[in-house]
Design a protein around this ligand. Structure first.
Ligand SMILES: Nc1nc2c(ncn2[C@@H]2O[C@H](COP(=O)(O)OP(=O)(O)OP(=O)(O)O)[C@@H](O)[C@H]2O)c(=O)[nH]1
Ligand SMILES: [Mg+2]
Length: 231
């Protein structure tokens, strides 16, 4: 396995959470394991201290003022130099401390690992409304595409960079999360799996707009199924 690892983390006004999030990346442990670690923060139009806090921590801060979660990731993936990419929100919810364990799936034979937050979710980590929305979208993925994953909206993925040459990512919004999973799971040359992780309560304000994003995500699934999505 190669030894360059890029963390790609999108931020929009996460001044309370970005520090605690970055602090959970086990940089020393990963370096001991032979990885060169590169941490990228892809900042949207933050008006708070997010960028400064990330810079002070030692992250490479890239400004992507075009709006959208998916847009931030597309820019981040272009900038990431690692042969392996690890993603997650800047809200202290995802267990970056478990990166070494997640990497072991790539060493075994997987190319793309997505995570299932329902496996070990803290009480209050996700509202019943969001859990229901996630269930609807995960079921939509199964019905429309025949692919099975439990958590279509999880934002923590660990994957080999080379898969980006095989899959097509079009969404600029929150639907990016289900799109990358659908692309990876449906590609015949990509070995994709889902594994359970702990999921913690968010620090700071959620950016997801439940009804609007939920509806857009659902519409995205139909368009993708009909081949109407565009690059
Ligand atoms: N650069 C950039 N980052 C964004 C944008 N919108 C959201 N983010 C970041 O993307 C991550 C996901 O947003 P969240 O608000 O946590 O939404 P979510 O994770 O889908 O919702 P939960 O699953 O309930 O946590 C966070 O780190 C946000 O700061 C954006 O337009 N631009
Ligand atoms: Mg989040």
């Amino acid at each position: 396995m190669s030894d360059r690892l890029s963390f790609v983390i999108p931020t929009l006004n996460e001044e309370r959470a970005i520090g605690p999030t970055l602090n959970t990346i086990p940089v020393e442990r990963l370096e001991e394991d032979g990885f060169e670690v590169d941490v990228l923060v892809i900042d949207g139009d933050s008006t708070d201290d997010t960028r400064q806090i990330a810079k002070d921590w030692g992250a490479r801060v890239i400004i992507e003022e075009r709006p959208g979660y998916g847009r931030a990731y597309k820019t981040g993936f272009q900038e990431a130099k690692g042969d392996i990419i690890v993603t997650g929100d800047a809200d202290a919810t995802y267990p970056f401390d478990l990166t070494p364990e997640l990497l072991s799936y790539l060493a075994a034979s997987s190319d793309f690992v997505t995570t299932n937050r329902f496996a070990q979710m803290e009480p209050d980590a996700m509202s019943p409304k969001h859990q229901f929305g996630n269930w609807v979208l995960s079921t939509g993925c199964k019905v429309l595409f025949g692919t099975g994953f439990a958590d279509s909206q999880s934002g923590m993925w660990v994957f080999k960079r080379e898969i980006l040459d095989k899959i097509v990512l079009t969404s600029d919004g929150m639907a990016f999360s289900e799109e990358i999973k659908l692309e990876a799971f449906r590609h015949p040359d990509v070995n994709a799996i889902e594994v359970g992780i702990p999921f913690r309560e968010r620090i700071g304000e959620i950016k997801l707009e439940a009804w609007q994003d939920g509806f857009r995500n659902f519409a995205f699934l139909f368009k993708k199924r009909l081949g109407l999505h565009t690059r």
